[in-house]
Design a protein around this ligand. Structure first.
Ligand SMILES: Cc1ncc(C[n+]2csc(CCOP(=O)(O)OP(=O)(O)O)c2C)c(N)n1
Ligand SMILES: [Mg+2]
Length: 499
């Protein structure tokens, strides 16, 4: 076969721009509306990972972005392609993951005439994207993609939607338009926070007798892991992590706590919450989870996210890595004898909770209980494995016993709690890190949502390890249902037993 004469069209310009922006892979499900784009990708050095549902394309793109620390890209066709992507976009929005969704659309010239797969797509995505755009001129595709990418990556991060209508993607372009590199670029400038607020935070932490640090995904996204470690070690601050922040300190680090966050928050006099929101995971920052008089230091990229549910005593708008670096330099070391007692107290509580967990994991019931499964899995997984939690009870158990040793190694959907992320997330991680061990810990219910992506793995010839907690049920719902409605039977919560 001779050299394919690649057309100079909108699709080619889009692919070339994506490569320049830093996407060496996109996740897609084909369709006529977007054919010029994904067809052009391989020749521009972009792998096209084609999946079996648009939801999976978006989850996979999100996971690729998490691993690469840049926006992931999904390409879906018009109409049902975009609607199929909606749950994935919603999940990325709730998790504040940077993501560029590119949607095809009917040709602009057919607007409003009843074209195939026509829908008000940008409107549909409005509440769950931080930016939306429709490119109407083929020559400006590069500029629009650059804007989309910048919007997804800039703080606060999140998903964006760019629509490339069919006639824009199929339009012929002059060679020099396609070949011109994108102008502009991303800045590496970081926000260091208001010095006055920062000095207030330093004073609060220096005086604290019972401080606690809660570090969330923002610390990982901002590359703040090292600064967090230095700050914590310097000032003797106990650290709890959630989301992508899990693993920032290795589990056996003397300042790393995992199981007794509730105790810590109930008793802390100063809490530094960095890269995390005061959502349900942190008791909304209110009693009874928090004392009324606990001082809050909140570090977020956007002032609107500071103090909505609890007045912050120091609110720092900035990049987690930059702000933690300043705190690490400014904090007084050790923190005095009271702090030593506090750390001992937390350690003792942690050991007690750990003993209860271990006893559950040691129970030799048949079938194997979720805790034993999780403990044995933690034993055999390599230290640098990527672990993806997708399910109910089985994941709750795994998240307590499978403890990552680096940030960004534990992946769950985040606050939207979407079941079905398992295989698609694994696909995204495998695309970014082909050499990595990836383990999906999954419920038998969750497996069903995107289980078809096994075919994608098989077709790609990639290995994937999936461990299923097989309780023949939507266990996390069935179990409370039984307690709340003891006479009702298991309505809609039982699955067929399978082996
Ligand atoms: C997409 C989606 N649908 C429904 C739910 C509600 N939900 C939360 S946990 C759960 C049960 C999960 O069952 P399974 O995956 O088998 O895990 P198990 O609890 O049995 O270990 C359900 C249905 C959800 N979180 N996400
Ligand atoms: Mg189950």
């Amino acid at each position: 076969m001779g050299e394919w004469q690649r057309p100079m069209d909108g699709g080619r310009l889009a692919a070339r721009t994506l490569r320049q922006l830093g996407a060496d892979a996109v996740f897609a499900l084909c369709g006529g509306h977007v054919m010029p784009l994904y067809t052009a990708c391989p020749a521009e050095g972009i792998r096209v990972i084609d999946v079996r549902h648009e939801q999976a394309a978006v989850y996979a793109a999100e996971a690729w972005g998490r691993v690469m620390r840049r926006p992931g890209v999904a390409v879906v066709t018009a109409g049902p392609g975009v609607t199929g992507a909606v749950t994935g976009v919603a999940n990325a929005y709730a998790a504040a993951s940077p993501l560029v969704l590119i949607g095809g659309a009917r040709p602009l010239v057919q607007d409003g005439q009843g074209a195939l797969q026509e829908l008000p797509q940008a409107d549909l995505l409005a509440p769950i994207t931080k930016w939306r755009g429709v490119c109407r001129e083929p020559e400006r595709i590069g500029e629009y993609l650059m804007t989309a990418w910048r919007q997804a990556w800039s703080q606060p991060r999140g998903p964006v939607y760019l629509e490339l209508p069919m006639d824009v993607l199929f339009a012929n372009l002059a060679d020099d338009v396609v070949e011109e590199p994108v102008r502009g670029g991303l800045t590496s400038a970081r926000a260091f926070g208001d010095p006055e607020q920062t000095m207030r935070a330093v004073a609060l932490l220096n005086e604290a007798e019972r401080p606690v640090v809660i570090a969330g995904s923002g610390v990982y996204w901002d590359g703040g892991e090292r600064a967090l470690r230095v700050a914590a070690e310097r000032a003797n601050l106990p650290v709890f992590t959630n989301g992508l922040g899990r693993g920032t300190l290795e589990p056996e680090h003397p300042l790393a706590s995992a199981l007794v966050r509730r105790t810590a928050l109930e008793e802390a006099d100063v809490a530094l919450v960095v890269g995390a929101t005061l959502d349900f995971r942190l008791g909304f920052g209110r009693p009874p989870a928090w004392r009324d008089d606990t001082k809050l230091i909140h570090v977020r990229p956007d002032p609107a996210q500071i103090g909505p549910k609890r007045q912050a005593d120091a609110g720092i708008t900035g990049d987690c890595g930059a702000v933690l670096g300043v705190l690490a330099d400014a904090l007084r070391s050790t923190g005095g004898p009271a702090r030593g007692r506090w750390i001992d107290r937390l350690r003792a509580a942690e050991d007690e909770a750990e003993a209860v967990l271990r006893a559950q994991a040691a129970a030799s019931t048949a079938p194997v209980n979720h805790y034993r499964l999780a403990a044995e899995l933690a034993e055999v997984l390599p230290e640098d494995a990527y672990v993806i939690g997708d399910g109910g009870d089985v994941v709750a158990a795994a998240s307590r016993l499978v403890r990552p040793r680096q940030a960004g190694r534990w992946h769950d959907p985040g606050p939207l709690g979407c079941l079905g992320v398992g295989l698609p997330y694994a696909l995204g991680v495998a695309t970014a890190r082909p050499e990595a061990t990836i383990c999906v810990v999954q419920g038998d219910g969750a497996f069903g949502l995107n289980g078809m992506e096994f075919e994608t793995f098989t077709r790609a010839g990639w290995p994937v390890l999936v461990v299923i907690g097989n309780d023949a049920a939507w266990g996390e719902i069935r179990n409370p249902q039984r307690a709340m409605y003891p006479e009702a039977g298991d309505v809609a919560t039982v699955l067929g037993p399978s082996r």
